[in-house]
Design a protein around this ligand. Structure first.
Ligand SMILES: [Zn+2]
Length: 62
């Protein structure tokens, strides 16, 4: 079977301490690991070049 698992884009130590800036809830990788989703408000924070952009929705440029 071919390996289809996607590499973690950010270091585990960083991933473990990340939290949603809005409600401080845990965030988890999205299915394709291009973002981090809050377990509480379900907002998705994008990961750009290995750096999670943990800005509240109203502060992110559309
Ligand atoms: Zn949240």
């Amino acid at each position: 079977m071919p390996k289809t698992e996607i590499q973690d884009p950010i270091p585990n130590e960083l991933y473990n301490i990340l939290a949603c800036p809005v409600d401080k809830a845990d965030v988890k990788y999205t299915k394709d690991k291009t973002g981090l989703q809050c377990m509480k408000c379900k907002y998705v924070y994008p990961i750009r070049e290995g750096i999670p952009i943990m800005l509240p929705p109203e502060m992110q440029e559309k």
